[in-house]
Write a protein that binds this ligand. Structure first.
Ligand SMILES: [Zn+2]
Ligand SMILES: [Zn+2]
Length: 62
């Protein structure tokens, strides 16, 4: 799937699904964001899943 990354706004990049809130934490469809692989790798390098779930569960917080 290609489109615009919700994080860096690059266009026509391959998008990966990022769960802003894990399913185990009550995450639903609206908690999924589509970001490019570079951003995805980046946020998972910077933050643990716990940190993402607690404080970074909206795209604007990232
Ligand atoms: Zn990106
Ligand atoms: Zn992710």
């Amino acid at each position: 799937m290609e489109g615009t990354c919700e994080l860096c706004y690059r266009e026509n990049v391959v998008l990966t699904k990022h769960h802003l809130l894990l399913r185990a934490e009550g995450g639903k469809e609206e908690h999924i964001s589509y970001i490019c692989e570079a951003c995805h790798k980046h946020i998972h390098t910077l933050y643990t899943n716990r940190e993402l779930a607690v404080g970074l569960n909206t795209i604007k917080d990232l």
